[in-house]
Design a protein around this ligand. Structure first.
Ligand SMILES: [Zn+2]
Ligand SMILES: [Zn+2]
Length: 125
């Protein structure tokens, strides 16, 4: 069993109530959630930094298996490029870049940008 008294919330240092379970680490659900957010953010910041380096280095996005395991990947429906959700973008973003978003919008009005037409011509064998 845990020690008596003196135990404090891992997040805000508030004293845990007398008789709290040994496994209890936080004074409240809000503190537990906040701690989770902090942890996740620090992991995201790290992953984003690694991803940026990979992008700069090989120009094709991250290749580390670790990143693949950690981050949800999405494929841009316009250029087919894989990109990592959450890397400078909202989780519900669809396109890899503003350029592709604009292209998708243009395509609906019947004008395919030259760069995209060329990209597709190359992609199709
Ligand atoms: Zn707390
Ligand atoms: Zn794209």
């Amino acid at each position: 069993m845990g020690r008596r008294g003196g135990r404090r919330c891992d997040n805000c240092e508030f004293a845990l109530p007398e008789g709290a379970r040994a496994s209890r680490r936080f004074c409240s659900g809000a503190c537990r959630a906040e701690q989770w957010r902090k942890l996740r953010r620090s992991r995201e910041v790290y992953a984003a930094a690694v991803a940026e380096l990979a992008v700069l280095g090989i120009g094709r996005g991250p290749s580390a298996g670790e990143l693949r395991a950690q981050r949800p990947k999405a494929r841009c429906p316009v250029c087919g490029q894989w990109w990592w959700v959450g890397l400078r973008k909202r989780a519900d973003a669809v396109y890899c870049s503003p350029r592709c978003r604009t292209a998708a919008w243009r395509e609906r009005t019947g004008q395919v940008p030259a760069w995209l037409a060329e990209l597709r011509a190359r992609a199709r064998p």
